[in-house]
Design a protein around this ligand. Structure first.
Ligand code: HEM
Length: 134
């Protein structure tokens, strides 16, 4: 009885340990990035890392702690205070790609995760689009 937790993508990726390591490696990249680091309001990146981990765990069918603590994700809205331009997006994806490479997932799982992250990062851009010359 209880909630059926079999065959969740969360578990196929490797459960909590996978997401914890992915996010830890990603934030190590952010910490040394001259474009991304200044965008984070807090001196300590650990709380931001935990929010990203909880969100990703929930998105892939794991524990719903993110929404219990933060409410509905509404990620575009939550990024509105930050100037996410194409350069920031590409830096974000660069660190995420390195963090994902280090996990050495089977190719199909890697592609599934990367597709999601890539599209999500493109969707988060809220400024700096190319404009026609005036
Ligand atoms: C495209 C480039 C991106 C940049 C530059 C960026 C930057 C930021 C910044 C500065 C914050 C505030 C730090 C904090 O939590 O206090 C944040 C929060 C967050 N970001 Fe991003 N982000 C990007 C893409 C993404 C993507 C693609 C996802 C999800 C797949 C994501 C998920 C989150 C989450 C879950 C939070 C915490 C929201 C909350 O509960 O307050 N971000 N991001």
């Amino acid at each position: 009885m209880g909630v059926d937790t079999t065959d969740r993508p969360f578990d196929r990726f490797g459960g909590h340990e996978f997401f914890a390591q992915l996010v830890a490696d990603f934030y190590a990249g952010v910490a040394g990035d001259d474009v991304l680091r200044p965008m984070y309001p807090e001196a300590d990146l650990a709380p931001a890392a935990e929010r990203l981990r909880l969100f990703l765990e929930q998105y892939w069918g794991g524990p719903t702690t993110y929404s219990e603590q933060r409410g509905h994700p509404r990620l575009r809205m939550r990024h509105a205070p930050y100037e996410v331009d194409p350069q920031a997006r590409d830096r974000w994806l660069l660190h995420m790609r390195a963090a994902l490479d280090a996990r050495e997932l089977p190719p199909e799982l890697d592609a599934q995760m990367w597709n999601y992250l890539y599209n999500a990062a493109y969707a988060m851009v809220n400024t700096g689009f190319l404009e026609a010359p005036r």
